[in-house]
Design a protein around this ligand. Sequence first.
Ligand code: C2E
Ligand code: MG
Ligand code: MG
Length: 327
Amino acid sequence: IGALTASFRLDDARVEVGCSVGVAVFPRDGEAYDRLLGAADMALYRAKSEGKGTFSLFEPAMDREARERHRLASDLRSAIGTDQLDLHYQPQVEVATGRITGFEALLRWHHPVRGPISPAQFIPIAEETGLILPLGEWALQTACREAAGWAKPLGIAVNLSIAQFRQSGLPDYVQAVLSETGLDPRRLELEITESLFLEDTTRARRVLRQLKAHGVRIAIDDFGTGYSSLLTLQSFPFDRLKIDRTFVSQIGVTQKGMAIVRAVIALGENLGMPVITEGIETEAQFAFLREHHCAEMQGYLFGRPQPIADYRDLLVADLEPARRLSA
Ligand code: C2E
Ligand code: MG
Ligand code: MG
């Protein structure tokens, strides 16, 4: 690993290559070539998931885990397009007024045998297997169609995976979904994560600008946990920063955590990117955000992700003043 990760020069550029290693031992982990290599591959998978640049030795438990992932992946494949998959909606709230401004759509999988499976478990599998593409398309279409039917023109935030972002023609696809469903583009917000900017930033910038040219807003999700640099914030036209829950949970707990939340709110404010915080669970967290003029928030304190039917009364249009008088 040390030898392979040492940086080297390529013409004028300094180039770095990452490396992770999976180790299998002959004949203990496999006597046949493909079994041995398969074992090394499973160990490699573990090494990568423990953070890059490390190694891992094969253990029999990995075999079980790999089979388990494989089974879940094939169940997920056949779940797409059935009522096993569903979207839940979590309200987003304006801090100053307590007004609901929109909802984030979150995928839910109800497995016929295992019951509910968390997105934290199935989204990574969907990403590894490419299933995130049909899954993400379904989520985008369903959320836009649902939101287009609301009496109030509230916002709708949809998570976009990096694999979807990599697909050529994403801006055209999003536009097609908007025109099919009749949703006003200004109501749609796509949530992307910082990992996007590790790749081809020129391309990322172009795609973001195309999406924005269609009128769609872009938020950066889980802000502060990934790889974004201040340079990213300086050069990309985000509409919102979404501070991750790990920082919010530090409010009232550590001085440093609170300083980070305060500083990010101010940073976003000054860059013209209002901040929305996620994971607000307590009144104390809410009070802190109000005191520091955070724009919006989302969390269990105001509402959990639920089927949209549970939020019906929030979607009813406000009565016209005249009708309100006569009512
Ligand atoms: P995320 O986009 O950062 O979503 C926020 C997560 O925090 C959700 O978890 C939500 O249920 C949870 N949450 C919200 N408020 C609170 C709170 O007050 N306390 C706590 N403890 N948790 C809170 P969920 O629904 O399990 O989703 C996890 C992740 O899965 C999402 O993180 C997102 O990255 C991914 N995901 C979900 N749906 C989709 C989708 O349609 N497409 C893609 N690509 N990813 C999705
Ligand atoms: Mg999100
Ligand atoms: Mg998040």
